[in-house]
Design a protein around this ligand. Sequence first.
Ligand SMILES: O=C(O)c1ccccc1NCC(=O)[C@H](O)[C@H](O)COP(=O)(O)O
Length: 260
Amino acid sequence: MNILDKIVARKKEEVAIAKAKTSLKDLENLPVFKRDTYSLRKFLTDPAKTGIIAEFKRKSPSKGVINDKVSVEEVTTAYANAGASALSVLTDHDFFMGHEEDLIAARKVNQIPILRKDFMVDEYQIIEAKAIGADIVLLIAACLTRQEVSNFAKLAKSLGLSTLLEVHSAEELEGNLDPNIDVVGVNNRNLKDFSVSIDTSLQLAEIIPSDFLKISESAISNPETIKLLKKAGFNGFLIGENFMRTANPGLAMADFVKEI
Ligand SMILES: O=C(O)c1ccccc1NCC(=O)[C@H](O)[C@H](O)COP(=O)(O)O
């Protein structure tokens, strides 16, 4: 079993527990569920923003603990003030030391789109994402069938959420380009063996149809890479560890954006 298989197996158990604890009706009755959402497309194409989707990430399977000393409110507001187009907040507990409460806290203090960074395996999580304050859901092609991608993206659209489809290869891209997807993300990290290469983004950029915005995800650690990715047509850049490994991730982002 590779790490992605393990995460997905655990996620299915967690969803079963969550469903037994909180009904869909209870989620839909929360005031936050009824709010207007922020559009990822709108914020990614705003020239006043940087295109960076800045991630709050305490721990990862590939790096272990990155930073468990900082506050989600302080870091995410500093990211927003540094020009983030959107925020990404991990809500997976077991593998990333994240929590739904982190996203709830980030929502209370930010007025830009927030991605629920988790492994979606069930429609329940899409509804839950809206109920905890997210604006964007992540659909990882490697974890889902084409039918699930299509169904989940349709549900997300009906709730006013943006959908980010994550791919790592041409095979994952082809057949998953559903019209309800807003943005295609190319993950430079192979989630099965943790190898990373920016070339994955550069190669796939050419075959992502122009009607989808595109972002590059993972292993982005210097401004030169952003320049290269922009030239290849990327509208956005998902960055976690490079900021989170410092004592002051918001300041790290502010310094980084001076160079892009
Ligand atoms: O980051 C990991 O080790 C990882 C392992 C298994 C599944 C997913 C994983 N990461 C999720 C991500 O895609 C990243 O958190 C995100 O793209 C930011 O990457 P980075 O800037 O390299 O922290």
